[in-house]
Design a protein around this ligand. Sequence first.
Ligand SMILES: [Zn+2]
Length: 249
Amino acid sequence: MPDVTAYGPGSAEPSFEAETLPLRAVSDDEIYRRFVDALLDHRLAPGTKLIEDQLAQAFGVSRTRIRPVLARLAGEQLVTLTPNRGARVARPDAAEAREVFEARRLIESRLLELFMEKSPTRCLADLTACIDAEEAARERGDRQSAIRLSGDFHLSIARATGHETLARILSALVSRTSLVLMAWGPPQHVPAAGCGCHAHRALLDAMRLGARAQALNLMREHLDEIEGSLHFCDVSEKPVRLRELFRPR
Ligand SMILES: [Zn+2]
């Protein structure tokens, strides 16, 4: 797998070449899941060109099998499809990034309420295990696992509520958050390498105590903090006046 995380202005355009898998029946769901995993692990950078032929070869399937997967990813705003220009990993702009966090604050507040109404002890234990595993991954320098486990914490809360619709929406938003952090996260993006175990532990403590208002505040603060770590380049914010820029001197 090539390192595609170095994509940026002036650098060579990355393209995604998935490792060639042994030929066997691979389901559309599995192809989709491997894409999403690569996004969540920060192995697949925003803007990466997705060449159908290469993907078809990598997965040992025909191009016609790749297209619906790309369409599904496009439906979740994880991929952009442009006529005659093909598919690319989406690169959320500043406004989209803010929308992602606004949507997460709304949805995760509700999911947290639903979770706490049920207060399933087993699920609290699962969340503890998730944080422990993330911490262990960080300690051994396994950044990819740490990123995945930090997202799992949020998705585990959603799954435990049994609210299929909100859980699905959140799943797509967590994947988009990964793209946002890759595009706009701080250079070393420690928050991008997960949310930080400390915030999750504080939240879990409040959940365990049944402190609903405190837990909701902590969730909102946690998402605010991640959003606050983003640095949007001036270039993307300021409209460039081309006529002024190229005015004869
Ligand atoms: Zn988090």
